[in-house]
Design a protein around this ligand. Sequence first.
Ligand SMILES: Nc1ncnc2c1ncn2[C@@H]1O[C@H](COP(=O)(O)OP(=O)(O)OP(=O)(O)O)[C@@H](O)[C@H]1O
Length: 254
Amino acid sequence: MTTLAVRDLHVAVHSDDEHKEILRGVNLTIRSGEVHAIMGPNGTGKSTLSETIMGNPNYEVRSGDITLDGTSILDWSVDQRARAGLFLAMQYPPAIAGITNAEFIRAAVNSRRGDDDQVPVVQFLQDLDANLAKLKMPEDMADRYLNAGFSGGEKKKNEILQLLMIKPALAILDEIDSGLDIDALRIVAAGVNSMRSANFASLIITHYQRLLNYIVPDVVHVMKDGRIIESGGPELAKSLEHTGYEQLSEADNG
Ligand SMILES: Nc1ncnc2c1ncn2[C@@H]1O[C@H](COP(=O)(O)OP(=O)(O)OP(=O)(O)O)[C@@H](O)[C@H]1O
């Protein structure tokens, strides 16, 4: 069982000429078995939160804490966080020439499993083929360089392929629905839903209620101006579709 807690988190971003505070006191607790969604206007800090949880050094934690099962992870490297079970499906996954998709995924799977428990090659390939089929991805996508020349939708599916292979304890999915056609959206959502269990937690960042019709979250949060200003059940996402974000104010922040 895993509990990720974010406590009064203030984060600034390193840019050339300024140190702008993007997150201004975020509080969030996600436990195994739960799926949380974060919605909110553009530029409000959703990706900043996900990158900070994963340990991207471009984001500077000014104050507050992020804990995994009660232990602060602020000093942990990205690698340590990944080995502890955190996973980020990125909004803009980078392409890496020279490393095939299969090599990358195998290295990630083995890193998560540890030196004493490396995945046997045959088992890895069987698992990979099964998950490629599940996501309706052509088999040759495993042998292509990571994300090189992948379409927008293929990149998103590939992030979910990694999710299914690595089997993290807590997955942050940053706009995995953007750029997906309707069929791909269903396939990706089914892939995520197949991971749902008492041992898996997820934080889903999305702009669209539509994704949440397929992956029904336990909790929906609204982030605005670097804070979570409202939390509720799946019905909150539905009402936002009608009302938008304008009427929500920071005064609602608990
Ligand atoms: N590396 C960076 N350099 C400069 N500004 C940055 C950087 N990263 C993020 N920001 C700024 O921080 C703010 C929050 O960005 P972030 O990507 O977290 O928002 P978001 O809520 O995920 O937005 P969207 O819904 O549009 O994806 C934005 O104003 C963005 O321009």
